[in-house]
Design a protein around this ligand. Structure first.
Ligand code: ADP
Ligand code: MG
Length: 568
């Protein structure tokens, strides 16, 4: 049986389209964006079986006339940009003109649309592989888009869909994100027997309807404006915190994005009020001049590149700090006063200090001297697990080193080695939580050898959070260790291609930890640096999985001796 064949045009088209539409939730995201772009003030969503059977978005926006409707499902047909330059200043949610074409390629699509003051509306019906049909209908102003039987004709794609209940959750998540970002628009949601309405109102009102679990009396609304950006924040009192980032969300120009820079500013501003490791509850809505925020990076616009991010971060940090002081007083929650369960806290940060060159020469020489297990003064094997020392972060050196001190001891931490160890230890801890991939990764081993080896370690991979399914000659990765996130795939490939010599289990873990750890050249912001140091201090065995020490320790006596202050 020949397994290699050339894909038909339809199929290859589907693959490109699939980048955007991979499940009902992504179709819903595009339809909601279109309704928003059409200027609707009322948007309703209906899903059946998690959107797999049916997905409908009804809006009262501009509508389309017959010719526009016919064009709307053509590839690269858009009313939102004219020329490439327009991409630099997009104000709409959509701009690629691909969404409706992509949906039409994988599902039955029906669009009924009617323009304002028009006597008649038009209905377009399309099915993959067939020419669309247009008929005149009586309709109200606006557009109704119905998507049915997604991937029905593509069983290979359909099998990657999750259970309807899980798809329903993803759809709901998309809805929540859009409804939260547009409180002045009325939204309704219905799926199965559940129907909810979200009347137009303020951001706080919308938030308490969408997240009823958030205690409204602990929330405050704050606005911070700069020349090129305005920030609207919903801040929760620090007593309401969590150990994850579920309620730490960043929206840029009304899209929810993982903008770590802005997120870390919020975390950092809150850190003086929170016990170590805890995350605040804070929603940040940034409105940034469109020419400074580029969304044309990710097919689903899930990422943004902000041109002036560094200066925005520092402006935001100082204003937010002030706001927090006004709201909650100065947070003198330093560790000495805080409850012992709190874990680590940080001293207030002095600006990074510069150390002179000769000092670095000494450190360099020291770093090059071979490590003796017994030399515990400089390369202590004992960590601070169980203790909660206050450390003072001094700054970064050469790239890979972080400097900090505890009392009279100076530490030089190797950021890669430390992170590697932290990941390694967490991966060995059971159970390892896993994270489902939005689009499963398909891996086809190059040789039978590799295939057999991989098949034999599948059960072990499961222990580390991988969910891998073998299908004929391919392996489909459905989920990865949450800890590694997307870095798990290259780590996995590394591992199957270059299996380590040592014992299997720790080999898998060591390869993954090494691959996923921050690299020497990665520049950590102050907040992350502190977090890494805090976690490193908690390591029971502060050496990297290969045995190198993660830090060099220089105590005051030793430095005095080296500099001739205190001979003998
Ligand atoms: P894009 O949004 O990137 O332009 P789409 O494929 O999503 O591409 O939509 C194509 C075009 O169809 C849009 O540019 C818009 O003119 C029109 N359109 C789509 N949905 C609607 C809607 N709900 N109301 C009015 N016009 C719409
Ligand atoms: Mg669109």
């Amino acid at each position: 049986m020949g397994i290699i064949h050339v894909l038909s045009r339809e199929t290859s088209r589907l693959i490109a389209a699939g980048e955007v539409i991979d499940r009902p939730a992504s179709a819903l995201r595009e339809l909601l964006d279109n309704a928003l772009d059409a200027g609707a003030s009322d948007i309703s969503v209906l899903t059946e079986k998690g959107g797999i059977d049916l997905l409908r978005v009804i809006d009262n926006g501009s509508g389309m006339d017959r010719d526009d409707l016919a064009l709307s499902i053509q590839e690269h047909a858009t009313s939102k940009i004219l020329k490439a330059d327009d991409l630099l200043s997009v104000r709409t949610m959509g701009f690629r003109g691909e969404a409706l074409a992509s949906i039409a390629a994988v599902a039955r699509l029906e669009i009924t649309s009617c323009e304002k003051n028009s006597e008649i509306g038009w209905k377009l019906q399309s099915e993959p592989g067939k020419p669309p049909v247009l008929t005149p209908v009586a309709a109200r102003q606006g557009t109704v888009v119905t998507v049915q039987g997604i991937f029905e004709q593509y069983p290979a794609r359909r099998q990657f869909l999750k259970k309807p209940s899980a798809e329903a959750l993803l759809c709901r998540q998309v809805f929540t994100e859009r409804a939260l970002a547009h409180p002045h628009i009325q939204f309704s949601w219905s799926s199965g027997a559940e129907t909810s309405r979200y009347p137009a109102g303020s951001l706080l009102q919308r938030m308490s309807l969408l997240y009823p679990e958030l205690p409204a009396h602990l929330l405050s609304e704050v606005e911070i404006k700069f020349e090129t950006a305005a920030f609207h924040l919903i801040l929760a009192e620090p007593s309401f915190h969590r150990n994850d980032r579920r309620y730490l969300q960043v929206f840029v120009n009304r899209r929810k994005v993982p903008e770590w820079g802005l997120m870390s500013v919020v975390e950092y501003a809150y850190s003086e009020y929170l016990p170590g490791g805890m995350k605040p509850c804070a929603f940040l809505f940034a409105d940034i001049e469109p020419s400074l925020a580029d969304f044309n990076i990710h097919p689903a616009k899930r990422e943004v590149r902000i041109k002036t991010i560094e200066s925005l971060k520092s402006l935001l940090y100082s204003s937010l700090k002030e706001q927090l002081h006004t709201l909650y007083g100065s947070g003198s929650m330093n560790m000495a006063e805080y409850s012992p369960a709190a874990g680590l806290a940080f001293e207030t940060v002095p600006p990074s200090q510069k150390l002179d060159q000769s000092f670095w020469e000494t450190v360099r020489t020291l770093n090059e001297t071979p490590i003796k297990e017994s030399d515990s003064s400089a390369f202590g094997t004992a960590g601070y697990a169980g203790e909660r020392p206050t450390f003072r972060y001094i700054g970064r050196a050469f790239g890979p080193y972080l400097l900090f001190s505890i009392d009279d001891t100076l530490f030089i931490l190797d950021q890669h080695a430390a992170h590697e160890r932290i990941l390694y230890d967490s991966l060995l801890e059971r159970p390892v939580s896993s994270q489902a991939l939005l689009v499963p990764y398909i891996f086809e081993p190059e040789s039978d050898d590799m295939k057999n080896r991989l098949a034999s370690i599948l059960p072990e991979m499961k222990n580390f959070g991988f969910e891998i399914e073998k299908q004929h000659d391919a392996f489909i990765i459905h989920a990865v260790p949450a800890l590694l996130g997307e870095k798990a795939i290259p780590a996995f490939l590394d591992f199957v291609q270059k299996p380590p010599e040592n014992s299997r289990v720790s080999g898998i873990v060591a390869t993954m930890a090494c691959r996923a750890a921050i690299k020497d050249g990665d520049v950590l912001d102050d907040f992350s640096a502190r977090e890494l140091i805090a976690k490193s201090l908690q390591l029971p065995f502060p050496r990297c999985p290969h045995g190198r020490p993660i830090w060099i320790r220089l105590d005051r006596d030793y430095l005095d001796k080296m500099s001739g202050r205190n001979p003998g």
